[in-house]
Design a protein around this ligand. Structure first.
Ligand code: NJP
Length: 237
């Protein structure tokens, strides 16, 4: 039986690269995101399945989960940041978006697919958190608090699933050149470019390689956490 890997937020960046890597490893990859046109092109390339998915919408998550016959791997990758502001000037709408997408989004999809991951007999959940889940930095509290919460959700599940046939790995990337900064600065390319001043960022495939490594370990090996950063990035802020 072909093993099925689900990658959320696979219409660009790390999710797209991960879908390509897992397909090369022989998984049938089901990719979900809101931009279905992009997903369909990627699915055609890798021989996978494209399904519309909005992790902030419970009906969308339920419809996505309902059509999956089995799930062996779930990569919780959908996420992102909006804005940069001090706590004193925090934009509540930006915070709500970040918490809905990174925290409740990961909760919704994980909850929906958990029975199938357990049924697989050798399930794997990979959650893409961030170095922002390990640190605090000025102007970043909306994102850092959301990523900390997402990481704690993931680590709690790791404990709760002990004794069940599901492995859990948290991957915390540093700066990766994707659409992430463009989303954060709402399409402002100049501000997005400045994020990488002084460092050569990772590319999405660098993170996908790590996920491919995790997914190819034997079923008794749990890699709890991997932090992967550009050589010259000291901290996340
Ligand atoms: O960014 P990007 P990355 N429902 O913007 C999707 C973390 N990270 O690859 O829905 C479903 O290219 C969106 O798809 P669409 C970061 O926090 C990154 O860098 O079609 N999907 C797109 O495919 C995130 O968790 C860096 O717009 C939703 C994808 O998410 C992960 O890496 C550093 C969605 C985002 O792809 C991948 O981000 C770090 C929704 N409601 C952590 N909302 C970095 N790049 O530097 C968004 O530490 N998506």
């Amino acid at each position: 039986d072909t093993r099925i890997a689900v990658v959320t937020g696979a219409s660009s960046g790390i999710g797209e690269a991960t879908a390509r890597t897992l397909a090369e490893q022989g998984f049938h990859v089901v990719i979900g995101a809101r931009r279905l046109d992009r997903l369909e092109k990627i699915a055609e390339d890798i021989g996978g399945t494209a399904l519309e998915l909005d992790v902030t919408d419970q009906d969308s998550v339920d419809a996505f989960a309902a059509v999956l016959p089995r799930v062996d791997v779930l990569v919780n990758n959908a996420g992102g940041a909006k804005g940069l502001a001090t706590v004193a000037e925090a934009d509540l709408d930006d915070w709500r978006w970040m918490w809905e997408t990174n925290v409740l989004g990961t909760l919704r999809i994980t909850k929906a697919l958990l029975p199938k991951l357990i049924e697989s007999g050798d399930g794997l959940v990979v959650t893409i958190t961030s170095v922002a889940a390990l640190e605090a930095y000025d102007n970043g509290a909306g994102y850092t608090t959301a990523k900390h919460a997402e990481a704690v959700l993931h680590r709690t599940l790791r404990g709760e699933l002990l004794g069940k046939p599901v492995r859990l790995t948290e991957i915390a990337p540093g700066a990766v050149e994707t659409e992430f900064s463009l989303v954060r600065f709402e399409g402002d390319q100049d501000r997005a470019d400045k994020v990488y001043e002084g460092i050569t960022p990772l590319v999405a495939a660098d993170v996908a390689d790590v996920i491919g490594f995790v997914a190819s370990r034997p079923s008794h090996v749990n890699i709890d956490q991997i932090v992967v950063k550009p050589r010259d990035q000291a901290s996340s802020g």
